[in-house]
Design a protein around this ligand. Structure first.
Ligand code: HEC
Length: 154
């Protein structure tokens, strides 16, 4: 019996590793990390619907509450209501010289991501302007993924 114990320990370890791998795979399911917007996916139409146009259950305000051209000029000159894709992708920031809102394939270099994370070198405030709450890490991750995949108008 004694000689079986080491094998038992090895087996236990194998099972634990298998469980850990499964758990990691589950963690990577987008619905688990996107919290208040469980159906958020890295496509532009989905981000527009879930982030730009929706005030989520955590109380984070829809971007179009301020970034709209309906009835008044959009906040910061950025209209996310009529043609958000055209307003963001390969378009320069109005406030931060040389910054580009969305650079396909380069999430970290995209000013939109920097504004959502509130990085040090942004002009003005972290978005949403009336936060907290801001976007969750998972929500930002999905937007970064969309940019990483080429920021397509899908
Ligand atoms: C309560 C109003 C308000 C809300 C909500 C809001 N914003 Fe803003 N936003 C502003 C104002 C005002 C500015 C300009 C001043 C500044 O940058 O702080 C701005 C600026 C920006 C800029 C920079 C524009 C440029 O040309 O440099 C980006 C990008 C942006 N917002 C994205 C967003 C996104 C994405 C959301 C939603 C997650 C959002 N904002 C929600 C008011 C708002």
């Amino acid at each position: 019996m004694r000689s079986c114990r080491p094998w038992g320990a090895v087996l236990t370890r194998v099972v634990l590793v298998a469980i850990a791998v499964t758990a990691t795979a589950c963690d990577e399911q987008l619905s688990d990390i996107t919290g208040p917007t469980p159906s958020l996916e890295p496509t532009f139409s989905n981000i527009r619907e879930n982030i730009f146009e929706t005030t989520d259950s955590a109380g984070r305000t829809a971007c179009v509450a301020c970034h709209t051209s309906q009835g008044r000029p959009p906040a910061g000159g950025l209209d996310l209501s009529s043609d958000p894709y055209g307003a963001l992708v390969n378009r320069p920031s109005r406030q931060q010289e040389a910054a580009v809102q969305v650079i396909p394939g380069d999430p970290a270099g995209s000013y939109l991501i920097q504004k959502l994370q509130g990085t040090e070198d942004i002009a003005g405030f972290r978005m949403p302007r009336n936060g907290p709450p801001y976007l969750t890490e998972g929500q930002v991750l999905v937007i970064e993924r969309w940019i990483q995949l080429g920021a397509r108008n899908d």
